[in-house]
Design a protein around this ligand. Structure first.
Ligand SMILES: Nc1nc2c([nH]c(=O)n2[C@H]2C[C@H](O)[C@@H](COP(=O)(O)OP(=O)(O)OP(=O)(O)O)O2)c(=O)[nH]1
Length: 285
């Protein structure tokens, strides 16, 4: 079963709204369905996170299997169905984002269950998808005008450049990506280049976008770009930070990342794995 909706926000922002636990927890309340994230509340879902949905006596538990820039997928873990797979795919259409939901499920009751699917299940699924798109739209459109903080993923020889904050005291010692606020009159790529020059004393070439946005507590939106060193032999320096380090995929989870960046780790790991598979880095040859 399919359902679509057009949202007035960039793809990365819609991706963040789709991943936000608030969408699952409150989005279906009008239908009498109580959603609950079984992992950290009020944050972005990552693969492996589980959600429980209660409707009268039934509880259905699903697990996120994919949460990246162009969509979210989940599968059934437990509940009154034999199988369930829900896939949401996002596509940028000019300044808007097209969201396409597809849900496939198998009833455990054979032909009788299939009759029930037609009579009750399909109507309910359509209502659920409409309510969810409404919740995603509200959240994404409310974030769309936020100030953007760019984070930069620079990969060289299968390692990602991370930097360790030296201030404020509450975040000193924690790791983040190079970057910062986009200044008035600047576009995001220009901010990437300027921030890398200021923070690392290197020249970079922006190469694209990565993952979903991450809403920050300070009212801004973190958006990740990829970039390559113009001169791969040039060593980035810790100009304002305590330390900069090239980190492998295996080392990623062991660093004490800012809480906001933790929800990006699976995306950063994939970026590193892809760069290794392709046998090349995102640095210039
Ligand atoms: N650069 C960067 N900032 C991040 C990341 N994750 C994250 O939550 N942030 C937050 C920290 C800051 O509140 C904000 C960055 O904005 P900023 O660069 O203007 O602020 P700042 O506190 O680092 O520096 P400043 O204003 O003193 O120059 O985004 C990240 O990976 N990279």
């Amino acid at each position: 079963m399919r359902s679509t909706g057009l949202i007035e926000a960039p793809l990365a922002t819609v991706g963040a709204a789709l991943r936000h636990t608030r969408t699952a927890e409150t989005g279906l309340a009008a239908l009498g369905i109580r959603g609950r994230s079984l992992t950290s509340p009020d944050s972005l879902l990552v693969p492996g996170d589980e959600l429980a949905f209660r409707l009268s006596a039934f509880t259905l538990t699903t697990r996120i299997v994919r949460a990246d820039a162009d969509g979210l997928s989940s599968v059934l873990v437990a509940g009154p169905l034999a199988q369930l797979r829900h896939e949401t795919v996002l596509a940028q259409v000019g300044p808007r984002t097209l969201l396409t939901d597809s849900v496939r499920w198998t009833s455990p009751f054979g032909p009788l269950g299939r009759l029930g699917d037609v009579a009750v299940g399909r109507r309910l699924v359509l209502d659920v998808l409409a309510a969810r798109i409404h919740a995603v739209r509200e959240l994404a459109e409310s974030w769309a005008a936020r100030t953007i903080v760019v984070g930069t993923a620079i990969v060289h020889e299968g390692r990602l450049l991370a930097q360790q904050r030296s201030y404020p005291a509450s975040h000193a010692g924690q790791w983040e990506l190079p970057g910062g606020r986009v200044e008035p009159g600047e576009d995001e790529s220009e901010a990437v280049v300027r921030e890398c020059r200021e923070e690392l004393d290197v020249e970079v070439r922006p190469t694209g976008r990565l993952g979903t946005d991450v809403p920050l507590d300070n009212g801004m939106l973190l958006r990740i770009h990829t970039a390559e060193l113009k001169d791969p032999a040039q060593q980035p320096a810790a100009v304002e930070h305590r330390e900069v380090r090239w980190v492998s995929a295996a080392e990623l989870p062991s660093l004490d990342w800012l809480e906001t960046d933790r929800v990006l780790l699976h995306t950063l790991r994939e970026l590193l794995e892809d760069s290794r598979l392709q046998g090349r880095s995102t640095t210039a040859e």
